[in-house]
Every structure is written in structure tokens, then in C-alpha cells.
Design a protein around this ligand. Structure first.
Ligand code: AMP
Ligand code: TRP
Length: 336
């Protein structure tokens, strides 16, 4: 039997090149060998305020970019988290399994709450919902970027704690972090990850950016002092990030890229990098646009939610039975 993978992407903005290179590109490869469930995690997105119109459209765009990047409904299951009731149900149980101390140690929470006058309770308990997402599918492997490693490790701890109290209920998942591209950095600050919620759009390349936007953003990307195109993540982190992007988009090894720019300056390199990124995104954008226009993604998401409900409701029933919670109404009978 194929191993199960599960991963999620937040529709909190238009997906970025970081999402593509760090996660979605691999989702496409992994669908060949794994039984894959991919989820647009809209409940995670509302841990910070979202307007109804933009949330609705960002969910559609996220699904169409994921399908446009090559996810195939015949090979994997793609669905929206809020279409499947078991997620919030197990989410509560995981909140009661996690401790306040554990949740307080999550670096993403510290980063996102820093300097804010007020943050939602959901932003704090977010990793418990993420653990529920993963555990509901008896997941073996969770492909994510480096930033999510701590959350997957917490999920493992929660599963083990639950199992030691209530019996062998959960499968304990493993994270799968890419060697290269696990952290694509901001184009404006190489010490910050590229993020779709960055207030400065020059910091990220969105999958919806036009050719002109991409050329401009790469031309304006910060570089380090010196003139030579050399790969040195410690001393030249901004340039190393650009070379990594080049390598992942073109499939060429870093050494070959560095050799090709010997004796040339940053300007030549950046011009070619922009071209490589444009070429990578163009076919994804074309498929995204046609899926948005014909609306066929809606059927994909409906069928995905049906399959996700089937698997997750059975796991939830197992959990409730183990804990002594009510199963007088069979959760499998709940209609979405
Ligand atoms: P998010 O947009 O936070 O929901 O992230 C969705 C997936 O993309 C997760 O697996 C993240 O780890 C990954 N990801 C997000 N930003 C980056 C980045 N800058 N570099 C690499 N991976 C990323
Ligand atoms: N927290 C993840 C992120 O921001 C998104 C996510 C939610 C997720 N649930 C998940 C990722 C389950 C992997 C598995 O990137």
C-alpha cells in the first residue's frame, strides 16, 4: 500500500514563489508515489483578520495555482479545510492535549504576535488545529518548508501523548523538509522568509505577478556588497537566495550557475534570473487562468471534500471512542 502524505497551504494571500519552490513543486512530485491529501487551510488563514471577499477569492486562486502547478485530481485529493467538519472537531481535542507552555514556545506564534496589541486566541492554538489536520488522515509523511518543522514536531508529541493515554489511536507522522528551497528568503531582507503576508510586495514574487512585475522585483532585489556572483550563504545571503531560486527554477546545479557568471556582474545575472522565473511561472499561470475561467476547480474541491470526509470521519470516530466521548450519532452520517 502507498504511504499517505498530508500537507496544507494557507489562502492568506496569493501564493508566492517561496510556496511553490518550498512546497507545491514537491507536492506535484510526491503525488506519483504517495497517497496524497492536500488542503487549502482556510481556518488557519482566519487566525488573522481576512475580508470575506478576498478570502473567498484567495481560496479559489490557491486551488487553481496548486492544480495549475500540476496537481492531478486523478492522482491526489485536494480539498478546502472548512468543507470537512472533522478538522475543527479534532482541533478542539488537540487543543486539550497540547499544553499552554508548548504552544507558547512556537516560534511562528512569537513572530506573528510580536509588537501586536491584540492577537486572536486562534493564532495561539493554531498548531493544535494543524496537528488535527495531519492526524485525521493517518498520515505517514508531512512535506513542508523549514518554517513548519516545529509544528510537525509538536504534532508528533501530541500524537504520542494521546496514544500513551488512550491506546494506539494515532499514526505518528514524520516531517519531510527539502534540502534545497526549504526557506526561500525575502527579496528585500535575506534574513526574513519570503511571505505572502509581507506588507511590502517587493519582498516576494507572487504566482500571479506579471512578467514586468517579476523583472522589476528581481532588478530591485537587495544584493550583497561586491560584484562577483558567488554562492556564499553566510557572507552573501541575499545573492545565495537568488542563486537558489535560479537553481530550483532552471534545474541547474548551483556550481554550474556560478561558473556561467564568472567575470559577469550582478546585472547580467539578475536579468537572466528574471527570465528563468518568468518561464517557470508562465505555464502555471496559463493553467490557473483557464481553471478560474471555466470553474472546473469547484468539482475537484467537491470531490476532494467527499473523499477527505470519508477518511477523516472514520479516524475521528476512533478518537472519540477511545476517549469516552459520545458516538451516539455516527460521524460518518454527518453530511458536509
Ligand atoms: P503557508 O503559505 O504559510 O501556508 O505555507 C505553505 C507551505 O509553503 C508550507 O509548507 C511552508 O513551509 C511553505 N513555505 C512558505 N513560505 C516559504 C518560503 N519562503 N520558502 C520555502 N517554503 C515556504
Ligand atoms: N501551518 C502551515 C503553514 O503555514 C499550513 C498547514 C496547516 C499545514 N495545516 C497543515 C501544513 C498540515 C502541513 C500539514 O504553512
Amino acid at each position: 500500500m502507498k504511504k499517505r502524505i498530508f500537507s496544507g497551504v494557507q489562502p492568506s494571500g496569493i501564493l508566492t514563489l517561496g510556496n511553490y519552490l518550498g512546497a507545491i513543486k514537491r507536492f506535484v512530485e510526491l503525488q506519483e508515489d504517495y497517497d496524497a491529501f492536500y488542503c487549502v487551510v482556510d481556518y488557519h488563514a482566519i487566525t488573522v483578520p481576512q475580508s470575506p471577499e478576498s478570502l473567498k477569492s484567495q481560496i479559489a486562486h490557491a486551488a487553481c495555482f496548486m492544480l495549475g502547478a500540476g496537481l492531478d485530481p486523478a492522482k491526489m485529493t485536494l480539498f478546502v479545510q472548512s468543507d470537512v467538519p472533522a478538522h475543527t472537531q479534532l482541533g478542539w481535542i488537540m487543543e486539550c492535549t497540547a499544553t499552554f507552555g508548548e504552544l507558547s514556545r512556537m516560534t511562528q506564534f512569537k513572530d506573528k504576535s510580536q509588537g501586536k496589541e491584540s492577537v486572536s486566541g486562534g493564532l495561539f492554538t493554531y498548531p493544535a488545529l494543524m496537528a488535527a489536520d495531519i492526524l485525521l488522515y493517518d498520515t505517514d509523511v508531512v512535506p513542508v518548508g523549514e518554517d513548519q518543522k516545529q509544528h510537525v514536531e509538536l504534532c508528533r508529541d501530541l500524537a504520542e501523548r494521546f496514544n500513551s493515554r488512550f491506546g494506539d489511536v494515532f499514526k505518528v507522522p514524520e516531517p519531510l523538509i527539502p534540502e534545497k528551497g526549504a526557506r526561500i528568503m525575502s527579496l528585500q531582507d535575506p534574513h526574513k522568509k519570503m511571505s505572502k503576508s509581507d506588507p511590502n510586495p517587493a519582498a516576494y514574487i507572487s504566482l500571479a505577478d506579471s512578467k514586468d512585475d517579476i523583472v522589476k522585483k528581481i532588478r530591485r532585489a537587495v544584493t550583497d556588497s561586491g560584484r562577483e556572483v558567488a554562492y556564499n550563504p553566510e557572507e552573501k545571503p541575499a545573492l545565495a537566495n537568488l542563486i537558489t531560486i535560479y537553481s530550483l527554477c532552471s534545474g541547474k546545479p548551483v556550481e554550474e550557475i556560478v561558473r556561467a557568471y564568472e567575470g559577469k556582474g550582478y546585472a547580467d545575472f539578475k536579468q537572466d534570473l528574471a527570465e528563468v522565473v518568468v518561464e517557470t511561472l508562465a505555464p502555471i499561470q496559463a493553467r490557473h487562468d483557464s481553471l478560474m475561467a471555466d470553474g472546473s476547480y469547484v468539482d475537484v474541491l467537491r470531490e476532494g471534500a467527499r473523499r477527505a470526509h470519508e477518511v477523516s470521519s472514520a479516524v475521528l470516530k476512533r478518537v472519540k471512542e477511545a476517549m469516552g466521548l459520545s458516538v451516539f450519532v455516527d460521524p460518518a452520517g454527518v453530511r458536509i
